[in-house]
Design a protein around this ligand. Structure first.
Ligand SMILES: *Cc1c(COP(=O)(O)O)cnc(C)c1O
Length: 392
């Protein structure tokens, strides 16, 4: 099939839930992608950040292929070594207590909600099950996540009734946070420390400090959704390290598998034994091939790797700010939101694509989530194209 035939096949047979760019992947390496017509692109969105090691990382490929040759799936009825290794590494790296594995960010947050609800209903002194979320949040696409996602308004009318018991808080508004806690007596507060879909917005330190304090004082669980911001993306392994606290539950997915579907929640002393056998699960969760990929991601993400991510992020941010049309940047590390002085961000993303840079939008701005392994040469190549598109 040529590019046009592939796109026509999608249009005809695939339910249309994605506004796709007219790019048909043929093969990819590092931060570069070639389409079916041989055109080259620099990947600056890494499949929403999931391709954390870029494409065709040799160690990652070896590990995944070797595991596939041994066995590809077991279900949660049996043990496998690679799952144990990845669980131990994740727990030790994060300083959390135990991990539950699923296949995506949506399943990760669904697990977090079930742990929080059971904790509130059966363990907290005062029976409680409300969950507070941030007004411009994004937590996934299930009915409960839609109920706790503020960045796509109007969903209730289309998909309602949504799961009850979720209440919004104005972001970075301490007074509103206190008010909602007093009003709803929640069992949990969920937030992204750096909102992704909501606009690449980093939470204020004082706001997070206050949320942490309220959680401690009132036996409320702090659920930190690091599905997008975690696993090295913001320059530390998890973003909560930069905010100086430990959440009760951390959800993760995107970057951990290096492009294979794996996600889950890390739990602490308070939350690690809330769920019992039979109450939750996932047929494909902790898939051995995905774990083999995650194991390589975890091994590579040492202090030197993260320092390199921070340095490249600083460099990329510095160079972007030198572009006349760039007004300001948001986010943290390699999670970058870009505002323009006069240009329309959606139009810029289209033009970048035409000129060979794959970038994405978020609410109100352009968003960059390059592979964490992107080289300085690849960054420079992308910057040249940014100048070409924006300096005219
Ligand atoms: C992408 C994302 C999710 C949902 O993850 P899926 O793997 O698409 O289900 C949840 N939370 C945040 C912050 C995300 O960015």
């Amino acid at each position: 099939m040529n590019s046009k035939e592939v796109m026509d096949t999608f249009d005809k047979y695939v339910v249309n839930t994605g506004a796709r760019f007219p790019v048909v992947y043929d093969h990819a390496e590092g931060a570069k992608v070639w389409d079916k017509d041989g055109k080259e692109y620099i990947e600056m969105c890494a499949g929403y950040g999931a391709n954390s090691l870029g494409y065709a990382d040799p160690d990652w490929l070896d590990a995944v292929i070797s595991q596939l040759k041994k066995f590809q799936h077991t279900s949660n009825l049996y043990y496998h070594e690679i799952g144990g290794i990845v669980a131990e590494k994740l727990v030790k790296k994060s300083g959390m207590k135990k991990v539950f594995f699923a296949n995506s960010g949506g399943e990760a947050n669904e697990a977090a909600y079930k742990i929080a609800r059971k904790y509130g209903n059966t363990i907290a002194d005062v029976h409680k099950n409300a969950i507070l979320y941030m007004q411009t949040s994004f937590h996934g696409r299930t009915i409960s996540e839609t109920a706790s996602t503020g960045s796509y308004p109007g969903m209730d009318a289309k998909f309602g009734p949504l799961t009850p018991g979720f209440f919004p808080v104005k972001i970075n508004d301490i007074e509103d946070l206190k008010k909602q806690v007093a009003e709803h007596n929640p069992c949990a507060i969920i937030m992204e420390l750096v909102q992704g879909e909501g606009g690449v917005i980093a939470m204020d330190q004082e706001f997070v400090d206050e949320a942490v304090r309220l959680c401690k004082d009132n036996d409320i669980l702090f659920i930190d959704d690091e599905v997008q911001a975690g696993i090295g993306r913001t320059g530390t392994f998890f973003t909560y390290e930069q905010y100086g606290f430990k959440p009760d539950i951390v959800s993760f997915a995107k970057g951990i598998g290096g492009g294979l579907p794996i996600g889950g929640v890390l739990t602490n002393e308070k939350t690690c034994d809330v769920l019992s056998a039979g109450e939750h699960g996932s047929t494909f969760g902790m898939n051995p091939a995905a774990c083999a990929g995650a194991n390589v991601v975890l091994d590579k993400m040492d202090d030197a790797f993260l320092k390199d991510v921070r340095e490249k992020a600083d460099y990329l941010r510095g160079e972007l700010l030198k572009i006349d049309e760039v007004k300001s940047l948001s986010g943290l590390g390699m999670m970058i939101g870009v505002d323009f002085k006069t240009r329309d961000y959606a139009q810029v993303v289209q033009e970048l694509c035409e000129n060979g840079v794959l970038a994405i939008t978020t609410h109100g701005r352009l968003r960059l989530l390059p592979p964490l392994t992107i080289t300085k040469d690849e960054i420079d190549q992308a910057l040249k194209i940014f100048h070409k598109v924006l300096d005219k």
